[in-house]
Design a protein. Structure first.
Lengths: 442, 263
């Protein structure tokens, strides 16, 4: 018995899964660079939210065409994984179509995989057309130039190739079954690949076996490459959509968090008994005073960083953004892409410096996200509402504004006027607080 | 504008040993902005008519801190919040109604963790409850058959999921409620939120309020209804910019109801 293919398969499989696991570890480490945030409350609500939004694709269908196509590819992806399980078992144990013993059920399974594979092919071609021929607005925004555009197309090409290999493999298998070739058990229904048979007409058994084996190997190797491609791609959403929706913000969207560090200081300021000149108590080592707001990714919280890795750059947020719609620079999608790019940069810096981040003179603010973008936001929550996987670009914008205002006093002049009015007379305009009830008699 | 409006303050109420059913949080726009003051008065006239025992804080009210918080000034926000909370807690306030979605959102969502826990409702929700309790009747009056489109304020709609109360009130006017292409969850911002009201917009090719006004005009409305003093200003400016101010009125839901009954 020839064990070489099995050993080879085991090595390829271990290599593919191992490299992926290594990158996932890195991804988790990078996310943990962010600040802790408690999002473990209301577990049952969270399960429901995840089931509805990620598993149930509830928000995808808000846009029916993209939603339907996406559901086909998504269901195809999940279901076809059962086939991958069979391929892995066959590969490791030198069997062929190990699940064939299921008989009628196996026919149904293989048949439905084939139909799904065909539908996935059609959907992916339509997706490609939307991006490259119809050129939908949201796919050709400035932040989509270069790698993001290529990334999106590479993913589609991957899927086309994988589905074609799958169907070729089945077609060759069917032809071999019909020829009564050794090792090729009569099993499965082939509603799609049967139409490929004319292509195999007249080929010798050995040629067919080469075709079948080549397709089989390329298919599984392709899947492993695709798996490892995820970490470098926006396609990570297929995994991260689940934790991301689980850790979503469940509060009303208008509720912005109250900074606790500020609360402490304000309470102290308003406490008539507090001594502003008191020396810190012995042993009261508070360390460095906490930084207000965010100027870099390390100031953001873990959910915000998870958000950045989850974003698949669909651009629904940006297309709903009132600032973007009216030609302003702000694009919520770009906020997420910038956050991820900077986080990756920080991660690589840490890798290169033996686990320590070495100051690189760069930060998320200004080097990635400009002030003009931040100040264009109306905080309307349209981007948050639009996201199909519960990403919250607004919270990053707000944290960065906080840094600009509280650490740098760098608000636009008109906003400084507004704030000094509030401070002096309790209204954003220069009216006397004592006149607040004048309207009654006007 | 038949009789003078009655607007008791909390201080007066307390001096008389009474506690009101609800505190009317007027807000800065409602107190000082000429256009918004009309909304405030319209709402008060309805409250008077319905016999609601309410009070205002008057000179003891101060900005909720919303625009400071959205601009990024958490310090100023929390100072405003704690000052207001001290005042409201001293008066043992239980329920607050406000005609400004920004005040509404801040009081309802951001005050509790700072010690200010009240039942907070938007004036459209409050008016709807008055209607349901039979304390208020709404007649179509001069709005009968008029085409009215409602602009969802972000801080009422998306931010707090209140979509139906204002619409239910408009429907009671026997008016024809027409929806813009972006409504409810997908409602487009008027351009004022996030402290934009107080600054010039960033460079772009259009102002947000013009975009929204165009969406409103597409519905061929007689009236654009709003539920927020800032949206009201932005849309009024937008309608003027389109030179349609002679044909189309921008009115708050409270004004619609008050005007319908000639209050």
């Amino acid at each position: 018995m020839n064990l070489i293919p099995q050993i080879l398969f085991a090595i390829v499989l271990a290599g593919g899964v191992g490299y992926f696991a290594m990158n996932i570890k890195k991804l988790i480490r990078n996310i943990k660079l962010g600040k802790q945030i408690d999002r473990n409350d209301q577990p049952s609500e969270r399960w429901k939210h995840m089931t509805r939004i990620a598993l149930g694709q509830q928000k995808m269908v808000v846009r029916p065409i993209a939603g339907l196509l996406h559901i086909i590819v998504y269901v195809g992806f999940i279901i076809i994984n059962i086939e991958v399980l069979e391929i892995v078992i066959d590969g490791l144990f030198g069997t062929h179509r190990i699940f064939a013993f299921m008989g009628g059920l196996y026919d149904v399974l293989i048949g439905s995989f084939e139909i799904l594979a065909f539908l996935v092919l059609v959907s992916v071609i339509l997706f490609w057309t939307r991006r490259n021929v119809i050129r939908l607005q949201r796919f050709i925004k400035p932040e989509m130039k270069g790698w993001p555009k290529n990334d999106a197309n590479i993913i589609l090409y991957f899927e086309v190739v994988l589905m074609m290999l799958f169907l070729t493999m089945n077609g060759a298998d069917l032809q071999l079954q019909q020829l009564g070739a050794d090792h090729y058990v009569q099993a499965g229904a082939f509603p799609v690949s049967q139409y490929l048979l004319p292509l195999f007409e007249g080929l010798s058994e050995s040629t067919l076996i080469i075709i079948e084996r080549a397709a089989w190997w390329l298919h599984i190797i392709g899947i492993l490459i695709f798996l490892n491609y995820l970490y470098f791609s926006k396609h990570l959403h297929i995994l991260l959509a689940f934790p991301n929706t689980w850790y979503a913000n469940l509060n009303p969207k208008g509720q912005f968090n109250n900074l606790e560090s500020v609360t402490k200081e304000v309470q102290l300021m308003m406490d008539p008994n507090a001594d502003p000149f008191a020396a810190p108590e012995a042993g009261d080592d508070e360390g460095e005073p906490e930084k207000f707001g965010a100027s870099d990714v390390l100031d953001l919280n873990r959910v915000q960083l998870l958000n950045a890795y989850t974003c698949t750059e669909c651009g629904r947020c940006t297309s709903e953004c009132p600032a973007n719609q009216t030609g302003k620079k702000l694009s919520p999608r770009k906020i997420m892409m910038d956050t991820r790019d900077r986080l990756e940069e920080v991660g690589k810096n840490i890798d290169a410096n033996k686990g320590e981040f070495k100051e690189d003179g760069k930060q998320l603010l200004d080097d990635y996200i400009s002030r003009e973008e931040l100040w264009a936001c109306t905080s309307c929550n349209a981007c948050v509402e639009a996201c199909p996987v519960s990403i919250d670009p607004l919270s990053i914008i707000m944290d960065m504004r906080r840094y600009l205002v509280m650490e740098q006093s760098a608000a636009p002049a008109e906003l400084n006027n507004m704030m000094s009015n509030i401070e002096n007379n309790g209204a954003p305009w220069p009216f006397n607080q004592m006149d607040r009830l004048n309207w009654k008699d006007e | 504008m038949s009789e003078a409006i009655k607007v008791p303050t909390m201080a007066e109420m307390m001096a008389a040993g009474k506690s009101p059913e609800v505190l009317f949080w007027v807000g800065c726009a409602g107190s000082f902005d000429d256009r918004a003051k009309k909304i405030t008065k319209a709402f008060v006239r309805i409250l008077n008519k319905a016999g609601v025992e309410f009070a205002v804080l008057g000179a003891e009210e101060s900005c909720t801190g919303d625009p400071a918080k959205r601009a990024g000034n958490e310090f100023l926000f929390q100072m405003q919040a704690m000052t207001n909370i001290e005042v409201m807690n001293a008066y043992e306030i239980k329920k607050v109604v406000t005609a400004c979605p920004h005040c509404f959102n801040t009081l309802k969502n951001e005050y509790p963790s700072l010690g200010g826990d009240y039942e907070v409702v938007h004036h459209t929700q409050f008016l709807k409850s008055l209607l349901e309790d039979g304390r208020l009747t709404i007649e179509g009056g001069k709005f009968k058959g008029k085409r009215i489109t409602f602009h969802d304020p972000c801080y009422l709609g998306r931010a707090n999921n209140v979509y139906e109360a204002p619409r239910d009130l408009i429907k009671k006017l026997d008016a024809e409620l027409v929806e813009m292409k972006n409504c409810r969850k997908k409602g487009l911002c008027c351009g004022a939120g996030g402290a934009q009201m107080f600054k010039e917009p960033e460079k772009g090719n259009k102002d947000v309020n013009i975009e929204r006004t165009e969406q409103a005009l597409e519905t061929k409305p007689d009236i654009v209804a709003a539920g927020c003093p800032f949206c009201n200003t932005m849309l009024t400016d937008g309608v003027k910019g389109k030179e349609k101010e002679d044909e189309i009125e921008v009115l708050d839901v409270a004004e619609l109801i008050a005007n319908a009954q000639d209050l």
